[in-house]
Design a protein around this ligand. Structure first.
Ligand code: F3S
Length: 423
């Protein structure tokens, strides 16, 4: 790999052992993928250490002893409980104490304690074309596709990118690897794609087909000017759930797809497919692992909710009461929760009995089967979950072991009030 004189000096330890170690990890990553050089990044979304993974926080403590600081704006992904209140999610005390250690360490390292999967909703908007390093599949696909910033799946290497400001030049950082591979003509009407759940199903269906490649979606004309940010968030998260998709294009919508030709960079699609109502129905059926008509846990906010989504939900919950037998979580980030507190929305939602939770979500919490077994807690923590997100549904089934049903926000709210699922 071609390194600059400055990078070589760092690797020789001229700026201390900590930076030498951190850069060495980045170089090793680049060499494993034959990257020709390193590039400077403008932003990092960092994979926060979670106490549900044994030893995860030890690694942070080890690197923090060098006194290194993030050299680019750096946000953090989710943790395993709401740092403001252990009782909100019921995390075992021991895990909460261990988890809280990251807060001080992150502050000392100049890392911003956002603890969310949707940092862009807080205003972290890297410029189109800029190189960044990101963890969290739903954030990666958003940065690449909707913003046109360039990132690979950074995983644990985001720690070292934040501290060095570097990442290998490879994968999605290179223009030639950002062209579409599969063409999807979406033969659906606006009425078929009117909720986050519908877009989630569309992403799930397409992600299964493309695997780790890049789908290009062509929407009918009636969608022009109507696409909501929250729909694209749901689409991206689902694409990265059934597949390991890190980028998509929508012709006329996303920045690298002003035309079909541009989306494919002048090449021909490997395959062209139509998407019909039947495909969404099949995706819905695949994600409903239960026929249960009763529910004891409901989650909205995967990926973490925007202020607008909280506002809409507050409108549905105003004056209503959640059934005693149901836990209703809405997951978001602290910044948006604070905004909702000041505007009065939080009060409306909490009066209904629902909980607005920051920093985490069900699948990132202590409710995982392995953690519950370790702490002698009931497994699974709840019997039937209802959500509008295929990402949450998929991971809850696999990691928490509960049965799952999928429904749009209106059915979720009705079920929260009555305890009965009517879809
Ligand atoms: Fe975010 Fe948890 Fe979903 S981290 S994307 S709310 S699985």
């Amino acid at each position: 790999m071609k390194l600059t004189d400055k990078e070589k000096a760092i690797l020789q330890g001229e700026q201390g052992e900590g930076l030498q170690k951190a850069l060495d990890y980045i170089v090793q990553l680049g060499e494993a993928f034959d990257a020709e050089k390193l590039v400077d990044i403008t932003y990092c979304h960092y994979l926060a250490e979670m106490s549900i993974y044994k030893g995860d926080i030890d690694i942070l403590e080890d690197i923090s002893k060098y006194g290194l600081k993030a050299v680019v704006p750096t946000t953090t992904s989710t943790l395993c409980y709401d740092l403001d209140d252990t009782k909100l999610t019921g995390i075992p005390e021991e895990l909460a104490i261990e988890q809280y250690k990251v807060v001080d360490l992150h502050r000392k390292m100049n890392i911003e304690p956002t603890y969310t999967c949707t940092p862009y909703l807080l205003g972290y908007i890297p410029a189109t074309g800029s190189y960044i390093a990101s963890a969290e599949s739903s954030a990666i696909i958003w940065f690449n596709s909707v913003l046109g910033a360039k990132t690979n799946r950074g995983g644990i290497f985001t720690k070292f990118s934040a501290l060095t400001g570097k990442t290998p030049y490879m994968g999605y950082l290179m223009d030639e690897n950002r062209k579409g591979t599969h063409l999807f003509n979406i033969n659906l009407r606006l009425k078929n794609l009117k909720s986050e759940m519908d877009w989630s199903l569309l992403g799930f269906h397409i992600g299964k087909i493309v695997g780790s490649e890049i789908p290009v979606l062509v929407l009918p004309d009636e969608f022009k000017g109507t696409i909501k940010q929250e729909w694209l968030i749901a689409l991206g998260a689902a694409l990265a759930t059934s597949g390991s998709v890190a980028m998509f294009h929508i012709v006329g919508i996303t920045p690298e797809a002003p035309s079909l030709k541009a989306a494919f960079q002048g090449t021909k699609p490997k395959i062209t497919l139509n998407v019909n109502e039947k495909d969404l129905k099949e995706a819905w059926e695949e994600n409903n692992t239960s026929k249960s008509t009763t529910v004891d846990f409901i989650l909205l906010g995967c990926p973490h909710y925007s202020y607008h989504q909280l506002k809409y939900l507050a409108g549905l919950l105003e004056g209503k009461k959640i059934k005693d037998s149901v836990q209703f979580w809405i997951t978001t980030m602290r910044g948006i929760k604070m905004q909702a507190k000041w505007s009065g929305l939080l009060d409306i939602i909490e009066k209904s009995g629902a909980k607005v939770i920051s920093d985490t979500c069900a699948v990132e919490s202590h409710m995982r089967v392995s953690t519950c077994r370790q702490f002698g807690l009931k497994v699974p923590q709840f019997n039937v979950m209802l959500t509008d997100s295929v990402k949450q549904a998929r991971y809850v089934k696999d990691l928490i072991g509960s049965e799952v049903r999928l429904a749009d926000i209106h059915s979720c709210v009705n079920a929260a009030i009555t305890g009965e699922i009517k879809i």
